[in-house]
Ligand binder design. Structure first.
Ligand code: NAD
Length: 241
């Protein structure tokens, strides 16, 4: 029975990923900064954690791994959205986004990889975005952060492949979660922005969190054992044209 740790596990893609691994009979720990959402999580182990804070991540990972009795899979899904061009995104906002979306992935991997090694190997799946591969206007910090996650994932994949730790990322397109709702709401015409993101894909709707969780579950599984450092795009065709 695999033991799985998921940051951002209390909402959206992270919560759907908790459910998907539970379907496989895995033991799952959800780490999240949102205590109220965490209280509603179905995860067996729930630990408060701020992924941007080194001590918080270290303590949360130790607590979760102790409860799970080891660790086989890590999913780094915690993240925040942000709007603004380079002139409108303040240095504070740029730092906030990078500290959660990039430093958070770094700290999560730094704290968990020793436990995967101790288990004889394992899998890490980071959650980037289609906006790490292509850009959208007025989201300079978010686009920068997701591009960084993709290449950090590749670098970690090279560092740890020989010890049986596979590191990959998933690049979701527009997915129906509170994060995308806030991303659309923070524009002059939210309804038009929502429609534009639906139209950017080829299926005429937002992606469901469960559809992203399926890809994460695949990347973490033995079915993907030759997949290393990949950026698996699940974007409803957003980046195809
Ligand atoms: N929804 C989309 O359209 C979309 C598209 C591409 C990529 N993504 C990425 O998917 C991931 C999950 O996003 P989602 O759409 O499910 O959003 P969400 O808001 O539903 O979930 C994100 C979770 O991360 C948690 N979180 C935020 N800051 C944190 C912190 N400092 N420490 C710990 N937890 C923290 C939140 O409390 C929340 O539970 C994010 O990395 C996001 O950038 C989302």
């Amino acid at each position: 029975m695999r033991r799985v740790l998921i940051t951002g596990g209390a909402s959206g893609i992270g919560a759907a990923t908790v459910a998907r691994f539970q379907e496989d009979g895995c033991r799952v720990a959800a780490l999240d900064i949102d205590e109220a959402a965490l209280a509603l999580s179905t995860a067996e182990v729930k630990v408060h954690c701020n992924v941007a804070d080194e001590a918080s991540v270290a303590a949360a990972v130790e607590a979760a791994v102790a409860e799970l009795g080891g660790l086989d899979v890590v999913v780094a899904a915690a993240g925040v959205a942000s709007r603004g061009s380079v002139e409108h995104c303040s240095p504070e906002e740029f730092g906030r986004v990078m500290s959660i979306n990039v430093r958070g992935v770094y700290l999560t991997c730094r704290a968990t990889i020793p436990h995967l090694r101790a288990a004889g190997g394992g899998a890490v799946v980071t959650v980037a975005s289609q906006l790490g591969l292509v850009a959208v206007a007025d989201a300079v910090a978010y686009c920068a952060s997701k591009g960084a996650v993709i290449n950090m994932t590749r670098s970690m994949a090279l560092d740890h492949a020989a010890e049986g730790i596979r590191v990959n990322c998933v690049c979701p397109g527009p997915t129906e979660t509170p994060l995308s709702a806030s991303f659309f709401a923070d524009t002059p015409d939210p309804a038009a922005t929502l429609q534009a993101f639906k139209d950017a894909g080829v299926i005429g709707r937002l992606i469901s969190p469960a559809e992203i969780a399926e890809a994460i579950n695949y990347l973490a599984s033995e079915r993907a054992k030759a997949t290393i450092g990949a950026a698996l795009v699940v974007d409803a065709g957003y980046t195809v044209r």
